[in-house]
Design a protein around this ligand. Structure first.
Ligand SMILES: Nc1nc2c(ncn2[C@@H]2O[C@H](COP(=O)(O)OP(=O)(O)OP(=O)(O)O)[C@@H](O)[C@H]2O)c(=O)[nH]1
Ligand SMILES: [Mg+2]
Length: 302
């Protein structure tokens, strides 16, 4: 983890923390007794942060039992116990990027941060000594290739690219051939953004996945890049991509742009998928491994 990450995370989650933390302070400020009003208010706060109804109710019930058993004397005690409970709802493994060798497909709706994530993860893995090859299977947007080069050139990572309009599955085919040639141990494939409701484009992605599985000597994993600012719609996206492809993990981006960072809890819990990276900004250091307790603490202001 890079130095200063905790500060970046804390800064990135400030919107969510302000909302959750302020609500807790206000709720506690109403009086010394944590009555029904407090607990209901807390459920509302967590739901407003997009944690999802079921998770919010369960977390608050558990917190309430703990309060009865051990007492929660002040706001700090409430926050700290809440952070523990939120963390216990979060799944963080297995991490596909920890596999060696591995081929990872990055999928998601438009603009969630796929290309940026591929570039950043490629640069990070290359810096750790892995032999990485990137495939640019986004053949719709000409800019996608230049965008990848921003990250990969500096890291010396080769990018396999084909002209606009090429079948993305054929780019994957060639990427895997190149990976064999250079004896890579990590292949990262960027794909074009697409609406989860577009049957044709989802079918195209299934073809990309079939080719990857057929051609890759490595295990093939599929990672959804989810924009935290899309809130509950993000869950619908995740479900649709999961049904079409069988997802292995989530990269959750743009947590800096939302007060609804609780979506991490809802996504992880509802889909039983690990969150393996989170993004809190646009620079290289703003995408990092996901640590449940650290995240939960930054989220609730513990
Ligand atoms: N604030 C913030 N911006 C981010 C984060 N991750 C990515 N972005 C920005 O989001 C924008 C879209 O990122 P891309 O990587 O192009 O997204 P994409 O999913 O590849 O987009 P398409 O290929 O068009 O579907 C860029 O301006 C990124 O810099 C993040 O964690 N926080
Ligand atoms: Mg892209």
């Amino acid at each position: 983890m890079s130095p200063g990450w905790t500060d970046r995370l804390t800064a990135g989650l400030h919107r969510t923390r302000a909302r959750v933390g302020d609500s807790i302070s206000q709720l506690i400020g109403r009086g010394p007794d944590l009555g029904a009003e407090f607990w209901d208010g807390l459920v509302d706060t967590l739901v407003a942060a997009d944690m999802g109804g079921a998770a919010s109710v369960e977390i608050v019930d558990a917190l309430r039992s703990r309060a009865r058993r051990d007492g929660l004397p002040d706001a700090d005690a409430v926050r700290s116990a809440l952070a523990d409970l939120v963390a216990s709802e979060l799944i963080t493994s297995p991490d596909p990027f920890a596999l060696t060798p591995v081929t990872v497909l990055f999928v998601g709706v438009n603009g969630t941060g796929k290309t940026t994530s591929v570039g950043k993860i490629a640069a990070e893995a290359a810096a750790q000594g892995r032999r990485v090859v990137v495939g640019s299977a986004d053949t719709y947007r000409a800019a996608a290739i230049e965008q990848l080069h921003v990250w990969t050139d500096r890291a010396g990572v080769p990018v396999v690219e084909r002209e606009r309009g090429t079948d993305p599955a054929s780019v994957v085919f060639e990427t895997l051939a190149q990976a064999r040639e250079v004896e890579a141990d990590m292949v990262l494939v960027d794909t074009a953004g697409r609406l989860h409701t577009s049957a044709d484009l989802m079918e195209q992605l299934r073809k990309v996945q079939r080719v990857a599985k057929g051609q890759s000597a490595f295990p093939v994993r599929c990672v959804l890049v989810l924009d935290a600012t899309t809130g509950q719609n993000g869950l619908a996206q995740a479900r649709a991509f999961d049904e079409a492809l069988g997802l292995d993990a989530i990269v959750l981006t743009k947590l800096d742009g939302t007060a609804r960072g609780g979506i991490a809890v809802a996504a992880s819990r509802e889909l039983r998928l690990p969150i393996v990276r989170i993004g809190v900004g646009e620079s290289l250091d703003d995408l990092q491994s996901f640590q449940a307790l650290e995240f939960a603490q930054a989220l609730v202001g513990a």
